[in-house]
Ligand binder design. Structure first.
Ligand code: FES
Length: 101
């Protein structure tokens, strides 16, 4: 699958998260101290929009009921065997590209 541009670095300041769309699907783009990662936007609890959440010390916090995920692995921090999907990311120039199904 090709990489698709979804945002620029300026759109995702350090320690923030951005909700983006590719086709009909949404993704959460995280910036943890300059490290960009891409996760599914759908929380495993009740489907909350993770891209509208917050970043705290490398954790992505769901805006609905505060489930927490590791921004690098997608692992739920209360149950690390449960993960949201993560996707490959490239940063080219100031652009963020992700590779999604
Ligand atoms: S939907 Fe994410 S914590 Fe409930």
């Amino acid at each position: 699958m090709p990489f698709v541009k979804v945002a620029t670095l300026a759109d995702v300041p350090e320690n923030s998260v951005l909700e983006v769309s590719v086709g009909n699907d949404q993704y959460a783009i995280c910036n943890v101290e300059g490290s960009i990662t891409a996760l599914s936007n759908t929380c495993l609890h009740q489907g909350g929009p993770l891209g509208q959440g917050t970043i705290e010390e490398g954790r992505l916090i769901c805006p609905w009921h505060a489930w927490e995920y590791d921004c690098r692995t997608g692992a739920n921090l209360d149950d690390p065997t449960t993960c949201v999907p993560v996707y490959p990311v490239k940063v080219e120039g100031g652009d963020i590209l992700i590779q999604v199904p």
